[in-house]
Ligand binder design. Sequence first.
Ligand SMILES: [Zn+2]
Length: 189
Amino acid sequence: MLAVSPSSVLAEGSQHAAHQHGLATLNIVQNGTIVRAELTAAGADIVGFEHQATSEASKKKVSDALELLQQSANAIVWPIEFNCSTKESKTDLVSQEPDDHEEKDGHTNEDHHDDHGDQHEEEREHSEFVALYEWECRSFDLSGDVQLPVFNAFGTLTALTVNFVGDTVQGQQKVGRNIPRFQLGRLRP
Ligand SMILES: [Zn+2]
């Protein structure tokens, strides 16, 4: 397991376990040459739904998304001067089961919703995509644009909050899909 987790990196008061729709989170920790990141995005922002995938179409959407995220270069690209190489990447779809309700047989309106990614049928069920990455970077510094091609990979993702904790700097920035990049040296404390 990677040592990055939302609870350890960011002291977010508003929501503890629940994710925020429309705003993904990218937590990055740098320790010497090792950089680890955890990307967490609501299923609604990645595949357009959060219920259990039961139809072939929705299962394929999920597996395609996981496959995309598995390649770190589809999510985040460090400046070439950093000389980063990917050491590890893991992806998962994490479901948050509703407390008082179980849908055992998947008898939902899924088939009606498959083509309507913006439907809000997910109030009871939430799921989120989590990707963990680890890189080794030879010359990590604070300049250069860090690219976030994750916005290209997922047209439904609108914004994400970058939280960075490094050896010499820490800070955060909200990044929107209109400008899908950030600079470590310009993060707000
Ligand atoms: Zn949700």
